[in-house]
Ligand binder design. Structure first.
Ligand code: 5GP
Length: 189
């Protein structure tokens, strides 16, 4: 059986990564599963431990880093986020393709760490920074201060765009989801 492919999907916070991924994650043609990250961030209303994230303490996160249990990790807007490594390889070895929905520092780290034939990377770009700010405000999950932090960060993140195999513009979410669906279909083994 062929091993699955790791599909890194990155881009600024608020660009709509999750909304786009949700539109194709269950497509039976793609044989995908979603890597559930570990974070020290508090759950938002509607988020469930073990579904959206594993919500852990600073100490638990620190232990996971120390014990090499994370494929990558990064600090983002005051919280830590990381990809549990065992779950990824378990799925890959079963022939499943694994989606990593991660911010850009972590994405750079995985791309450095993995062999080129193990992954494909996709950057989702916002139509503009102004549009991104409007989306973050509309989402209403962060304070104004946090939104400011995330926007400042997004400007830096956009500079890394050339490191990805594919760049997809999120002008209309269903269109972007279709484009990514087609990219994945063409890349999986
Ligand atoms: P949020 O707090 O909005 O859920 O996530 C903040 C950022 O962290 C988003 O850009 C999200 O894609 C990213 N993120 C989620 N999980 C991980 C992870 O395991 N590793 C890294 N590096 N970033 C992650």
């Amino acid at each position: 059986m062929n091993k699955g492919l790791i599909i890194i999907i990155s881009g600024p916070s608020g660009v709509g990564k999750k909304t786009i991924i949700d539109q194709f994650i269950n497509d039976p043609m793609l044989n995908l599963c979603y890597s559930i990250s570990m974070t020290t961030r508090s759950p938002r209303i509607g988020e469930t431990h073990g579904v959206d994230y594993y919500f852990v303490s600073e100490q638990e996160f620190y232990n996971s880093v120390k014990e090499n249990k994370l494929l990558e990790w990064a600090e983002f807007a005051g919280n830590k986020y990381g990809t549990p490594i065992d779950a990824v390889y378990e799925k890959i070895n079963q022939g499943k393709n694994v989606i990593l929905e991660i911010e850009v520092v972590g994405a750079m780290n995985v791309m450095t760490r993995l062999e080129k034939n193990e992954y494909k990377s996709i950057f989702i770009a916002p139509p503009s920074i102004e549009e991104l700010e409007a989306r973050l405000k509309k989402r209403n999950t962060e304070s104004d201060e946090k939104i400011k932090q995330r926007i400042k960060k997004a400007t830096e993140e956009l500079k890394t765009i050339n490191n990805y195999d594919f760049v997809v513009l999120n002008d209309i979410s269903s269109r972007a989801a279709n484009e990514i669906r087609n990219i994945i279909k063409a890349q999986i083994r």
